[in-house]
Write a protein that binds this ligand. Structure first.
Ligand SMILES: C[S@@+](CC[C@H](N)C(=O)[O-])C[C@H]1O[C@@H](n2cnc3c(N)ncnc32)[C@H](O)[C@@H]1O
Length: 279
């Protein structure tokens, strides 16, 4: 019930008012803040993993409902985008699309059953001008194909497709940190030679990279990285990409169970946009 009230409030109230109300609720001890990470480890392999993680049935069903809310029959005339990550991706797609006569090509690593695609479709004025590729876990790919089987604009892949040319945008929202070899993933994505790489929901800060258990999905502890921001920029620079934009996203994570030096900047994840270096 509390979860439902929170979700409704998060969707209906202006974000600043919602954040303020949350603070008051926690200060008055009417509810406990949700701490989504447990423990500090050197490496993701040290984290005691538990449960099915992102393949969990209930979690997948909740994400499917979110996609349906954005593009299902009840979504007209225009649904709200839940987060600023979706707005950033949509804006980037709109700008790249406006500079192009044909469709643009997007590869979304860890894009769920079409979460980013649904956000873009829900907001772009020329939604047919996009070819969207999602790389996901096999079970999530199946969800996506069930949801979008009729739609030739989106395809799901269990690994990064090797023969994909002219990719305009690589997008990864909250997925880089889930990958043990996150540097190798960035390098593989850059080998697709995209014009832009948009990383959103990035859990990074000035601290040295460490690992923790993500407790967001009931019954699961998912090993993930919390990354040094500079290290991401360095890998991207090696691959010929320069940081064009870094902003803190609106969401705030409660991290009072971590030492202050290991917390995200004021609790916020980041968005980072990299462009191909021109010289
Ligand atoms: C935090 S969720 C983000 C989902 C989506 N991008 C969004 O913004 O809502 C991380 C996603 O990464 C996916 N993921 C985890 N490991 C993966 C892997 N090895 N290959 C592809 N996707 C993976 C998960 O299934 C999950 O959908």
């Amino acid at each position: 019930m509390r979860e439902l009230v929170t979700q409704v409030a998060a969707r209906t109230l202006p974000p600043a008012l919602f954040a303020r109300l949350r603070q008051i609720v926690f200060r008055l001890k009417l509810a406990e803040p949700r701490r989504i990470w447990r423990g500090v480890f050197q490496h993701v392999r040290d984290v005691p993993a538990r449960g099915p993680g992102y393949a969990d049935d209930a979690h997948r069903a909740a994400v499917i409902r979110e996609v349906e809310r954005l593009v299902g029959p009840g979504s007209r005339p225009r649904p709200t985008l839940d987060d600023d990550s979706g707005a950033l991706l949509s804006l980037l797609c709109a700008v790249v699309s406006a500079q192009r006569s044909g469709p643009i090509r997007v590869l979304d690593f860890g894009g769920g059953p079409g979460v980013g695609y649904a956000q873009v479709q829900a907001s772009l004025c020329a939604p047919h001008q996009i070819e969207y590729h999602v790389v996901e876990l096999a079970s999530v790919c199946e969800d996506g194909r069930r949801l979008f089987g009729h739609d030739p604009q989106i395809q799901f892949h269990a690994s990064i497709p090797s023969r994909l040319s002219s990719v305009d945008i690589v997008h990864a929202a909250g997925s880089l940190e889930a990958i043990e070899d996150w540097q190798g993933l960035l390098r593989a994505l850059c080998r697709l030679d995209p014009r832009w790489v948009l990383l959103t929901g990035v859990c990074c800060g000035d601290f040295e990279t460490f690992a923790s258990a993500l407790m967001l999905i009931k019954g699961s502890a998912i090993p993930m990285w919390l990354l040094n921001g500079r290290a991401i920029v360095d890998v991207m620079a090696e691959c010929g990409y320069a940081l064009q934009l870094r902003t803190l996203l609106e969401r705030v994570h409660v991290q009072d169970n971590f030492p202050p030096s290991l917390r995200l900047p004021r609790g916020h994840p980041s968005a980072m946009l990299f462009g191909k270096s021109v010289d």
